[in-house]
Design a protein around this ligand. Structure first.
Ligand code: SF4
Length: 66
């Protein structure tokens, strides 16, 4: 089981992750940070989520295995 977390101390709501995979990441109106909308990632999600982890300018995203 793989999931992804957003570090609230780092995320500055740039929204790059949302642009890469809007099925997993979202920034609700008025929110200061991104949220994860799918607790367990599917195999199809992984490639885009890994790209989002690399692309996040705040290094706020972490993949969690297990
Ligand atoms: S790309 Fe990083 S800093 Fe930007 S909204 Fe996503 S998690 Fe937050």
């Amino acid at each position: 089981m793989t999931s992804v977390t957003v570090d609230p101390g780092r995320c500055t709501a740039y929204g790059i992750c949302v642009g890469i995979h809007p099925d997993v990441f979202a920034i609700p109106a008025g929110s200061p940070l991104a949220i994860v909308t799918r607790n367990v990632l599917t195999d199809d999600d992984l490639e885009d989520v890994q790209e989002a982890v690399r692309a996040c300018p705040a290094q706020a995203l972490t993949l969690v295995e297990g």
